[in-house]
Ligand binder design. Structure first.
Ligand code: NAD
Length: 364
């Protein structure tokens, strides 16, 4: 039995989480998986009810679960609240409290969506990059930090433990992919990056089967746009990963399609990359693909049910290939569908693939 805490949050959060949970429930039925879902508030809706965007009760619920599945938080209604009461503050607190040090953002291109990118189809075809960003260290957390009337300053610092931990995660992850890690830093200028590079290479001696190369972050940004398919897994620090993951994400098309996972020693959190999209909330227009793909990541990375995860991903690919689109990715000649219709189509396709796969296994 897998315990999953659902935190749908605000705006389109509940719509896309509901969609993804329907897919998860269907997959669970087929693969004999037992889930126990517990739904709690986070963000603006929590503030309205309890006066805080994240209650201790929700946090302890997350501590007792196998995975947390989050929608999105925020909206114009809560923009003027003090910083610590803003919905977004709940996210930072949650990630930190759960010790989620590894952020995984796949940038995979769906073949039928090639024309939606700002890059040429020939450049983008077959791109499948995983950006692995260190999430709890580096300049976002380093001390001292501050500013006065004459200067502003932050500290970019990494400890050996932090770099070794994320490097190990990268090499393990690469083993399940094409086995190539590109470690991105700025070692020509920053001592902290020289330390990062040396430490990554030391850890690499334990993984001789994985290929490792280094790249400066400015070059990596350029290469991601010039020739993204050269990369398999990009390992990088908090700040560089923040920027590179957005570049990698956007070359693949729309915000509504991008999943993510944040993983720690004891906990894991899955969430679509997009926000609460207040402009389309409650209208049935939200694209559920990012949330459904995040659920597929949960099956793979938390529960190691790779086959179910793959079937969900194939279902998404096939539905898109058949021309079904929510409004955010709609183009002429395609079939416009709502959030619920898209979800039902994914489930139908999952069912077909499941039956085909069962027949194939049976006839082998
Ligand atoms: P956003 O991602 O919510 O929306 C940006 C644009 O993309 C909007 O036009 C929206 O309609 C569209 N969009 C996003 N997701 C979509 C989907 N699944 N289907 C269809 N269209 C989609 O970003 P924003 O407008 O800058 O922020 C809105 C609120 O969300 C803010 O309060 C912000 O702080 C918050 N936010 C939360 C998270 C999070 O919870 N992880 C992330 C980013 C922003």
């Amino acid at each position: 039995m897998f315990k999953v805490t659902l935190l749908p949050g605000d705006g389109i959060g509940p719509e896309v989480i509901n969609a993804a949970v329907n897919v998860l429930k269907y997959a669970a039925e087929k693969f004999n998986i037992e889930f126990e879902f517990t739904e709690k508030e986070i963000g603006g809706c929590s503030y309205e009810k309890y006066g805080t965007p994240l209650t201790d009760e929700v946090l302890s619920e997350c501590y007792s679960s196998d995975a947390v599945f989050l929608g999105a938080v925020g909206g114009p209604k809560w923009e003027k609240l003090p910083h610590n009461l803003k919905p977004e503050a709940a996210l930072l607190k949650l990630r930190k409290s759960l010790g989620l040090y590894a952020n995984l953002r796949p940038a995979k291109v769906y073949n039928s969506m090639l024309s939606a990118s700002s890059l040429k189809e020939s450049v983008l075809a077959d791109t499948d990059v995983m950006i692995l960003r260190e999430l709890t260290g580096g300049i976002y957390f380093g001390e001292p930090r501050g500013y006065d009337s004459d200067k502003g300053f932050n500290t970019m610092v990494y400890s050996r433990d932090e770099v070794e931990r994320i490097a190990r995660y990268a090499f393990e992850l690469a083993r399940g992919r094409k086995g190539r890690v590109t470690s991105v830093d700025k070692a020509n200028v920053l001592e902290v990056s020289q330390f990062w590079r040396d430490t990554v290479h030391q850890v690499h001696t334990e993984y001789p089967d994985v290929e490792l190369n280094d790249m400066y972050v400015d070059n990596a940004a350029m290469q991601l746009v010039r020739d993204p398919k050269q990369f398999d897994l990009i390992l990088t620090s908090n700040l560089f990963g923040d920027i590179l993951s957005d570049i990698a994400a956007m070359i693949t098309g729309s915000l509504g399609m991008l999943p993510s996972a944040s993983i720690g020693k004891n906990y894991a959190l899955y969430e679509p990359v997009h926000g609460s999209a207040p402009d389309i909330a409650g209208q049935g227009k939200a694209n559920p693909i990012a949330a459904i793909a995040s659920a597929a990541m949960m099956l793979k990375y938390s529960f190691e049910i790779d086959k179910a995860s793959e079937l969900i991903e194939c279902s998404l690919e096939n539905i898109l290939a058949e021309g079904y689109r929510t409004a955010d990715i709609f183009s002429e000649g395609c079939k416009l569908v709502t959030t619920i219709q898209m979800t039902d189509l994914v489930i139908e396709e999952f069912d077909k693939l499941y039956v085909d796969q069962a027949i194939n296994v049976f006839t082998l």
